[in-house]
Ligand binder design. Structure first.
Ligand SMILES: [Zn+2]
Ligand SMILES: [Zn+2]
Ligand SMILES: [Zn+2]
Length: 334
């Protein structure tokens, strides 16, 4: 028998194959393969991107020239445009809004071939520090209700450029999947007067079975209700609704944990495509939603979402999170 599990936060159901679980060798990995061409994100090609919004660079070097360690630029083909006023209109029963938003790209490092595990700790910190700075800035724009940070690594994960980069998108509404989490967390808070994420941390720390890594400020674990095999969440141990309100001293701890996690995953599966997203509380609403706690969700691309998932919203998870966490813990990266 497989096991049905219900996510206490978003209410989603998943089906975990506890009977015949997949081991790492059972997955067909699509390793990143790219079309070759001139890369606009490479060192020396700064003039090929939209102008720099902010960068970490050597003192005395000019914007849009070499001398940088990480840069933020607007997306050349943005999903949403920054200029204009928000205009919500309707077409009969259909709600519409014009495509106001911001879509920015953080070029992780000057190195075309280096993924997060290949970077120095300081270089990984740059990515999260710049994400924080840009989130704080976009939060001040009252048109926006939500800022999401995400990474697509490899073509199967949706990246269109090989050079590792992270993206930031500001939206005029709160996306549905976030709303589900917020509503679930809010209901729990109303009922128990506690943050459900803090309770998850407490239970995971007691049970230990799904924990992958822990440091002073963060916990990494495979969620009990994973949607994907080897899904990992990274969450600050101290309650905090907003990613960009992360205290400065936590940034290096986050960077080194994410680096170690991706190293472990790559050691098990070889080079593979992956996504991560950062869920943070909505902005410019009526204050911070009670009981919401920011976190990073990491998803290696091991399976394809198929008809059953699309149709039911139930995910099929071939490796139980308890087993995935065990494989990840046992993988030594030092
Ligand atoms: Zn490049
Ligand atoms: Zn909390
Ligand atoms: Zn989430």
């Amino acid at each position: 028998m497989s096991e049905l599990r219900r996510d206490p936060i978003g209410g989603r159901w998943v089906i975990v194959d506890t009977d015949h679980p997949n081991r790492p060798k059972d997955y067909d990995i699509e390793s990143p393969a790219w079309r070759e061409g001139v890369c606009p994100f490479c060192y020396g090609n700064e003039s090929q991107t939209p102008p720099e919004i902010i960068a970490i660079r050597e003192p005395g070097t000019a914007a849009n020239t070499p001398g940088w360690q990480a840069r933020v630029v607007s997306n050349k083909y943005p999903a949403l445009q920054i200029e204009g006023d928000l205009d919500r209109s309707g077409l009969g029963i259909y709600d519409m809004s014009n495509g106001i938003g911001a879509h920015e790209v953080i070029i992780d490092s000057p190195y075309h071939q280096k993924d997060i595990p290949d970077l120095l700790d300081q270089e990984v910190e740059n990515i999260f520090s710049l994400s924080c700075v840009r989130s704080l800035d976009l939060m001040r724009d009252k048109r926006f209700k939500y800022v999401m940070i995400f990474k697509n690594y490899g073509p199967a994960a949706g990246a269109s450029l090989a050079h590792p980069h992270t993206q930031l998108i500001a939206l005029p509404m709160v996306p549905k999947s976030v709303k589900e989490e917020i509503n679930g967390a809010h209901n729990y808070f109303e009922y128990r007067d506690r943050c459900i994420f803090c309770d998850v941390i407490r239970q995971e720390t007691q049970e230990k079975e799904r924990i992958v890594l822990e440091n002073k400020y963060f916990l990494a674990f495979c969620p009990f209700v994973s949607r994907f095999p080897f899904e990992i969440w990274v969450i600050p141990k101290k309650h905090n609704g907003y990613f960009c309100h992360m205290p400065q001293e936590e940034v290096p701890a986050l960077a080194s944990m994410v680096k170690e996690l991706i190293s472990k995953v790559k050691k098990i599966f070889g080079s593979l495509c992956y996504n991560f997203i950062i869920h943070s509380a909505p902005i410019n609403g009526d204050g911070e939603p009670e009981g919401y706690h920011w976190h990073l969700e990491f998803m290696p691309k091991l399976t394809k979402v198929a008809g059953f998932e699309w149709g039911t919203g139930f995910y099929l998870v071939p490796t139980p999170p308890e087993l995935a966490a065990k494989f990840l813990r046992e993988e030594n990266t030092s």
